[in-house]
Design a protein around this ligand. Structure first.
Ligand SMILES: *Cc1c(COP(=O)(O)O)cnc(C)c1O
Length: 435
């Protein structure tokens, strides 16, 4: 299968190049020339995530060097579960899709692990001399997931840049506890400054001479394809049990997670409605109600991993569908910080269920559905473990949260990081000094 850029349908490459490049040379995003078609019966007998992954991703790898090693890549990447847990005490049938059982307790572990596993095979096939250097600017969750996924892989160095003081305590710990081939830079600036430094590093001739730079950006197809897998797996589970499609409510920021769900439905998985829950960053809900695409500065909210004012995956959706078709594909609802807090407080009492601030947006959307809608089977997508955001959640629920073992292991490690000024020259000095 070939992929092309959203900005130029003539530029066509196969999966390895799509993953290695991340973004097309013209600045566009890669999309597949056509989507494969499946029916639920094609997955008969497949119950493991990794088996569903191989079946689902195989057509996307067809004709590419990753095709013969796809089984290995999927077993490496999908080594933790995505359980679908029923939610009791709600007006209609509802479940929670728990995507936080990976090494850094957020759904981004799925994408990061698949990306690392496939880049490892691509790298082996190319027999490159120089190590790859992955640069990531993070507002919190991405950096930890990428560091965990690439840690101690001998062919790669990782540099994580995060804004000093602007992530939660536990996120800062998860960003800085790695060492070995991962270097963490605490940047005296905001997230935009981190992102600018990474962009400038890619354009810097001096760094190009000494480093083979790559990114692990969330618009990489290598992160989207594995995210389809847990939608397929959970929708098939419900389909087999009830013969009904699954309807998903997805906490959304950059739209990477939701895009994967939309694709899983488009290729034939039994998925009904896809509802996006956003925080106070309302670019997508406004677009759907007004018809005009107006990206803007992001505003800070309690669901900080969704603080995105210019969701980059929207370019994919708009390249694939007309506005009228997008309206048929998704709805989107914006949830305020006040409503997030009230929902966390209420559901710990009513349902004995603790949400992270991101997942709380999905729960709030669920409770606000019209009664007729609530009769359908809804799946609330839990994107992070609440203990990762204990500083927000614990005061609302009035007690401490148990820390999952993977997170506890990281919290006990010493922090290793370097503080730097928000300039490319500072980053360059650090990277080149390490040669
Ligand atoms: C990244 C993130 C989101 C938003 O996902 P997108 O793919 O950017 O829409 C939601 N919740 C958590 C916990 C995240 O880390």
């Amino acid at each position: 299968m070939f992929f092309h850029s959203t900005r130029n349908s003539e530029h066509r490459v196969t999966l390895s190049d799509v993953i290695a490049q991340g973004i097309a040379p013209d600045g566009g995003l890669y999309i597949p020339d056509e989507l494969p078609q499946f029916s639920p019966e094609d997955f008969a007998g497949l119950t493991e995530l990794s088996d569903v992954a191989v079946k689902l991703i195989a057509p996307f790898a067809q004709g590419d060097a990753l095709a013969p090693v796809l089984g290995e890549v999927c077993r490496d990447a999908f080594n933790f579960p995505a359980p679908l847990v029923s939610l009791n005490g709600t007006p209609g049938p509802a479940s929670v899709l728990e995507l936080f059982h990976g090494p850094t307790s957020a759904f981004k572990d799925f994408g990061a692990r698949f990306l690392a596993a496939s880049m490892e095979r691509i790298r082996k096939q190319q027999s490159k001399q120089r190590k790859l250097t992955i640069l990531v600017a993070t507002s919190g969750d991405t950096g930890g997931a990428v560091a965990a996924a690439f840690h101690r892989r001998p062919w790669v160095e990782v540099a994580v840049l995060y804004p000093t003081g602007l992530v939660s305590q536990r996120q800062a710990q998860q960003l800085s506890c790695w060492g070995d081939n991962v270097r963490t830079f605490s940047v005296h600036g905001n997230f935009d400054a981190c992102q600018r430094m990474v962009k400038e590093a890619f354009a810097d001739p001096a760094l190009a001479k000494t480093h083979d730079l790559s990114s692990a950006n969330s618009i990489n197809i290598g992160r989207l394809l594995p995210q389809m897998v847990y939608y397929a797996h959970s929708a098939l589970t419900l389909w087999r049990a009830t013969g009904q499609p699954a309807n998903f409510i997805i906490p959304s920021g950059n739209l990477g997670n939701a895009m994967a769900c939309i694709w899983a439905r488009a290729i034939g998985l039994p998925i009904g409605e896809v509802v996006l829950a956003t925080n106070a960053n309302r670019t997508i809900p406004d677009f759907l109600s007004e018809g005009e695409w107006k990206p803007r500065q992001s505003v800070a909210t309690l669901a900080s991993a969704m603080d995105v004012g210019n969701p980059s995956n929207m370019e994919r959706l708009r390249a694939l569908y007309s506005f009228e078709d997008i309206l048929k594909q998704i709805t989107a609802i914006s949830i305020s910080d006040e409503a997030i807090k009230a929902r966390i407080k209420h559901d710990v009492q009513a349902l004995k269920q603790v949400w992270c601030p991101h997942t709380a947006t999905a729960a709030e959307v669920y409770w606000n559905l019209p009664a007729a809608q609530q009769a359908k089977h809804w799946v609330l997508v839990a994107t992070a473990h609440p203990a990762k955001f204990n500083d927000i959640v614990e005061p609302l629920i009035g007690h401490d949260l148990a820390v999952p073992p993977a997170l506890a292991a990281l919290l006990s490690l010493p922090r290793q990081e370097t503080e730097i000024e928000p300039q490319l020259s500072a980053l360059r000095t650090e990277l080149q000094g390490a040669i």
